[in-house]
Design a protein around this ligand. Sequence first.
Ligand SMILES: [Zn+2]
Length: 152
Amino acid sequence: MSENITPIPGKRHYLFCADEKGMKLLQPLIDGIKDGNISYEIQIVKDNFSHTLISEWLSMQKMGSFLYAAAEWNSLKHLKLMAEDAGFSEEEAHYIAYGKQQIQVFCCRCHGISVLEKSQIERNCDHCGLLLEVSHHYSKLRDAFLGYVAKL
Ligand SMILES: [Zn+2]
């Protein structure tokens, strides 16, 4: 990912939340901030990270903090939800994902959920074996796209 990340002017406090690989993506930014006498905190996200710990850490941050989060797609999705719950708006956070994005598809026949890579358009349901075509209909409740019977 060749995202150009630069510090946001006027922010007083920076938060970096990332898993091990994400930390490497944030490193140039952290190095830049270290030179500029700006306060910052780093929170490393482990594989089985504690949601409570990170939620609490995000919730206790003062106004004017800016969050940089970098993680594998799925972890990042959770981090984003936690940051939003803690009151971070789109303008107060920047998310950097790496790896292959996975989505969930909801089977129109058995209502089971299967996981696939975003680039895939067809997949057999994990539960009933039906060949599904991934639609654009997204259910926020299920966090899944509706899968229709694929036309053969
Ligand atoms: Zn099914």
